[in-house]
Write a protein that binds this ligand. Structure first.
Ligand code: 6R9
Length: 656
């Protein structure tokens, strides 16, 4: 693969022009670690537009729970993403809105986006939104969804985008946790030709919730009834009436830019808080260097704005680089499995960034869905959300990328703000390994820890993946619970950030992610805590205890699978499973519904009461029809409090 990629990769050097005199990836990486502050200081000055210059680069201590970058500097994120491009590229497309139905895209130029966000900011102000207030956004990917985020950034309000696939209960919980007085939503969205009503979800979420004073409702379907309560305001009319002029709020570098909720290993989702300057810098620099993104590029990240990938690589990263960002409302298979590549061809996309689950679902279809479209505009194809299997990697590289386009398998997390381990940038001639994220980004120093908390040295070793040094993009806290932030990330091992993932460092010193080490599962790239689903199941009055695990699934990567114990005196009946599924869909989301729910009389627990999920995982994913077949794989179960439940669970599963 070497020769073919060399020319493309040479471009990578240009992307950190600030350091080109140092050499290639290896030299710049070495410098970024050894002179970490100097490295980020230079980039902060060359990549961001400051209202007030900073004098201090970083002041961080994982031990003390303190992370701080460019603390005495001030800037405005909206001005950095939009206003500063007006002079050179006001008429260039900032957004291409590729709607669900092919053939009716909308283009929003930088000048139009500037005007839209200014008016939006004035609407927010007129509803009493001030600097530091939290605003909930329940909006599908669309220019108005992006403008809602940027309008918050402009006036210093903190946005909390909730993925418009989460249920009413999940939305309500997030609105309450972040104390949002204003909610911004659309009447609905289209996916695969189907209209999905979002406003009714918001109505249910805020029923009898005095906290919410205003719901700004934008239009997706002009026929839909969007104003249903006295709190509702017609967003289109309000925008049309709002003045164009609005001053941007100068923000301190460390002020929060947004909250984004994600699952952890306990029931309650965590509202991770990202900063203004550090986050934006990390978004801008990774977009530029990993994706070779230059001003005027057409960046196609198909992630929803409800996830961190949408925040960093659909909104902030591409716009900070003066690129055109694609907003993709549809699904990969609509109207046929060629939709992604038709979109690449139509808009001459220079980057395409998607998820393995989607790639896996597409590769089963014939090559004609790829070949009939021109993909020669692509410089990078990215993958994110979960490990990419070799088959999908080869298909992306050889079929979609005609063996010419480097695959950026980007490992990172909501907490990290941007890409952390990825094969690009790299030295010209470097090798690519399917399924391996390989090389740390500049300034990122991975370390592996063993169970005793010692750092694992050398190569060909495994361990808990941690990061040694703070970087500008790391989340600063969990909203309202800094202790939890410290306990989950900073105090697991001494003086490092703990990712929750395991990794293997291979013979070349490069990294392959081996998966979560906690009770978090990854369903089609959506992170779910098994404890969240368990909490939800035990809310039902007929369930006393639940254990949820993830099992491998060909397209989605993993799916949840549940084992439940009924309450004393409850007779098992065929309704139970249906009620359980409905409840999970209502409280969390449809994608959280277990593939199966097995009613059992006991769970495999240690004598200290800990559920042995390893055993449940084996039982759930086994094809065996006879217990004797699977018993040897289960290992020693004699230490369980009730070893006999294992066979009973197996038999119940076989019957279901
Ligand atoms: C960006 C994003 C984070 C978790 C992470 C890991 C898994 C993401 C991956 C990957 C292997 C990759 N993950 N990218 N695993 N290779 N390229 O996905 O954030 O939703 O917070 O999920 O996803 O387990 O810890 P988030």
């Amino acid at each position: 693969m070497r020769g073919r990629l060399q020319q493309l990769l040479r471009r990578t050097k240009r992307n950190l022009a600030e350091f080109k005199e140092l050499g290639g990836y290896s030299e710049i990486y070495k410098y970024s670690i050894e002179k970490n502050d100097e490295f980020w200081e230079k980039l902060a000055r060359s990549r961001l537009l400051w209202e007030k210059d900073f004098t201090e680069v970083s002041d961080s201590s994982f031990k003390d729970g303190r992370i701080s970058w460019f603390a005495d500097g001030q800037l405005n994120v909206f001005d950095n993403c939009v206003t500063r491009h007006l002079a050179d590229r006001g008429d260039q497309a900032a957004l291409i809105y590729e709607k669900d139905e092919p053939g009716n895209e909308e283009i929003v130029t930088y000048a139009q986006l500037h005007s839209l966000v200014n008016r939006f900011a004035n609407v927010l102000k007129s509803k009493g939104v001030k600097k530091g207030d939290r605003v909930a956004i329940y909006y599908p990917v669309s220019p108005l969804g992006v403008a809602a985020m940027l309008a918050c950034a402009k006036i210093g309000a903190i946005h909390s985008v909730v993925f418009a696939g989460f249920s009413a209960d999940a939305l309500r919980q997030r609105i309450i946790d972040a104390d949002c007085r204003v909610v911004i939503c659309a009447d609905g969205t289209y996916r695969g030709g189907r209209y999905i009503n979002l406003k009714s979800v918001v109505d249910e979420a805020i029923e009898n919730l005095d906290l919410v004073e205003t719901v700004l409702v934008g239009t997706r379907n002009a026929e839909a009834k969007k104003l249903t309560t006295e709190k509702d305001v017609d967003l289109d009319l309000a925008l049309a009436a709002a003045p164009e002029n609005c001053l941007s709020e100068p923000m301190n570098a460390e002020d929060p830019l947004f909250l984004l909720y994600t699952s952890g290993s306990t029931g309650k989702p965590k509202g991770l808080v990202h900063s203004q300057a550090g986050y934006l810098l990390y978004a801008a620099v990774t977009t530029s260097a990993v994706f070779d993104c230059e001003p005027g590029d057409r960046f196609g990240c198909v992630a929803d704005i409800g996830w961190i990938t949408g925040h960093t690589y659909t909104v902030y990263g591409p716009l900070a680089n003066g690129a055109t960002s694609l907003l993709f409302e549809s699904i990969p298979s609509y109207p046929d499995p060629g939709r992604y590549w038709a979109t690449v061809d139509k808009h001459k996309l220079t980057q395409f960034y998607g998820a393995p689950t989607a790639y896996r679902s597409l590769l089963r279809h014939g090559d004609e869905f790829i070949e009939k479209y021109d993909r020669s505009s692509l410089k990078r194809i990215g993958s994110v959300g979960e490990p990419i299997n070799t088959e999908a990697w080869e298909w992306l590289h050889h079929k979609v990328g005609s063996s010419k386009v480097p695959i950026a398998d980007t490992w990172w997390q909501t907490e990290t703000g941007g890409n952390m381990i990825t094969p690009v940038p790299c030295d010209a001639g470097a090798s690519f390994k399917p399924g391996s994220a390989q090389r740390p980004f500049y300034g990122i120093e991975p370390v592996l820890k063993n169970a005793d908390g010692n750092t694992v040295q050398g190569n060909s070793v495994d361990g808990a993946l941690c990061i040694a040094k703070p970087w500008p993009g790391i989340a600063r806290t969990i909203h309202g619970d800094h202790e939890r932030f410290r306990n989950v990330y900073l105090n697991v091992f001494d003086d490092v950030y703990t990712t929750g993932d395991g990794a293997h460092r291979d013979q070349d010193g490069e990294y392959t992610i081996t998966g979560r080490m906690d009770d978090v599962i990854n369903v089609s790239g959506h992170r779910l805590g098994t404890a969240e689903i368990e909490d939800c199941l035990t809310q039902l009055d007929f369930i006393s205890e639940a254990a949820v695990i993830g099992i491998p699934e060909a397209t989605k990567g993993e799916v949840p699978y549940a084992f439940v114990i009924l309450k004393e005196g409850v007779e098992e009946n065929s309704e139970h499973k249906l009620l359980a599924n409905k409840h999970v869909a209502k409280v969390i989301a449809k994608f959280a519904v277990p593939k199966d729910t097995i009613i059992v009389s006991g769970l495999p627990k240690t004598r200290s009461g800990k559920i042995m999920r390893r055993i449940l995982r084996k039982l759930a994913s086994s094809e065996a029809k006879d217990f004797a077949q699977i018993a040897p794989e289960l290992g020693d179960i004699s230490t369980l409090a009730e070893p006999e439940v294992v066979e009973e669970i197996f038999l119940k599963k076989c019957q279901s």
